[in-house]
Design a protein around this ligand. Structure first.
Ligand code: NAD
Ligand code: MG
Length: 297
């Protein structure tokens, strides 16, 4: 495969469906995916844009958060990653990649649906790194349900706790620590604008993340802090194969996009780096769509 920065037709740059059947229990492991996603392990090159910054990335073990964590470390940041204990093997790979850049890494296994742990994440990061400059609230729960009758109260509760309550708890704990120039980045989805019938609770939270982040951005700019949302389209991550989509859809994942393929997590890394760095100095309250041609309304 050509280097990812070599000029080429982006539709052919990464694997296209059909993909093999590959159901995994929640939360799923990136290492068990076929093909294994590109999170930038060998393909992302840094250029000192985040030298000395201290970052916390929730869901940094795999998928989009892992791509952000690797890129941040390559750009010179210390990086803490939060994840579920079942994801320890994925997380270890990321910790090693961060340390290979000569940066500090902090592993934070635990369940962010518990308020005390969600708040602790922030305090542990501040204690380990001496501060916090970049907060990426990215962890998410997505479980497809064919019909409204199948979305249990437990589902609804867990999806809202993971995607919205934890965002509030983590952001609330972080704000007092963030200096001027700091950046908050949330991960919403194209689902905020074009919800799928089978993602009732999930799509609701993604629209909520957009509204929450835009409101927060208005408060934070008064402290010199920026906040933005990334709204991805279909990306090849364990979220999808561990119940985010029905297996038939995983096998065709991304095939409906104008690119005929899903995005790879590394294709989002430059956007997280831009928003995190001082290069994004006039960017706040924005929603960045990276959708493979669908656009966001
Ligand atoms: P992923 O499964 O690799 O990452 C999600 C992470 O969330 C997991 O690795 C896990 O560590 C974390 N998480 C989930 N529940 C948790 C809990 N209770 N406590 C602690 N951590 C928990 O998948 P991804 O696709 O990279 O997802 C990252 C974000 O991107 C999510 O918010 C997702 O909604 C969003 N997103 C994904 C896509 C896509 O197509 N993959 C599209 C749009 C938005
Ligand atoms: Mg994971």
């Amino acid at each position: 495969m050509a280097d990812r920065l070599t000029m080429q037709d982006p539709r052919q740059q990464y694997p296209q469906p059909p993909f093999p059947r590959q159901p995994q229990p929640v939360p799923g492991l990136a290492a068990k995916m076929d093909p294994v996603p590109d999170h930038g392990e060998t393909s992302y090159r840094g250029s000192g844009r985040l030298t000395g910054r201290r970052a916390l990335v929730t869901g940094g073990d795999s998928g989009i958060g892992r791509a952000a964590a690797i890129a941040f470390a390559r750009e010179g940041a210390d990086v803490a990653i939060s994840y579920l204990p079942e994801e320890e093997s994925d997380a270890r790979e990321v910790i090693q990649l961060i340390e290979a850049e000569g940066r500090k890494a902090l592993a934070l296994p635990g369940d962010i649906t518990e308020e005390s742990w969600a708040r602790d994440l922030v305090e542990k990061t501040v204690a380990a790194f001496g501060g916090l400059d970049i907060l990426v609230v990215n962890a998410g729960r997505q479980q497809n349900r064919a019909d409204i009758s199948k979305v249990s109260s437990e589902d609804f509760d867990r999806t809202l706790k993971t995607n919205l309550y934890a965002l509030h708890w983590i952001a609330q704990a972080a704000v007092p620590h963030l200096p001027p120039g700091a950046s908050v980045i949330t991960t919403a989805s194209v689902q905020a604008y074009e919800p799928s019938a089978i993602l009732l609770d999930y799509a609701t939270t993604k629209a909520g993340i957009v509204a929450y982040t835009k409101a927060l951005a208005k408060q934070l700019i008064e402290k010199g802090i920026r906040a933005n949302v990334v709204a991805p389209g279909p990306f090849w991550t364990a979220l999808q194969s561990s119940g985010g989509q029905p297996q038939e859809k995983v096998q065709q994942f991304g095939g409906q996009s104008a690119f005929g393929r899903p995005g790879q997590p590394v294709e989002l890394a430059p956007v997280y780096v831009l928003l995190a760095s001082q290069e994004g100095s006039y960017i706040s309250g924005e929603v960045y769509g990276v959708t493979g041609g669908a656009g966001i309304a």
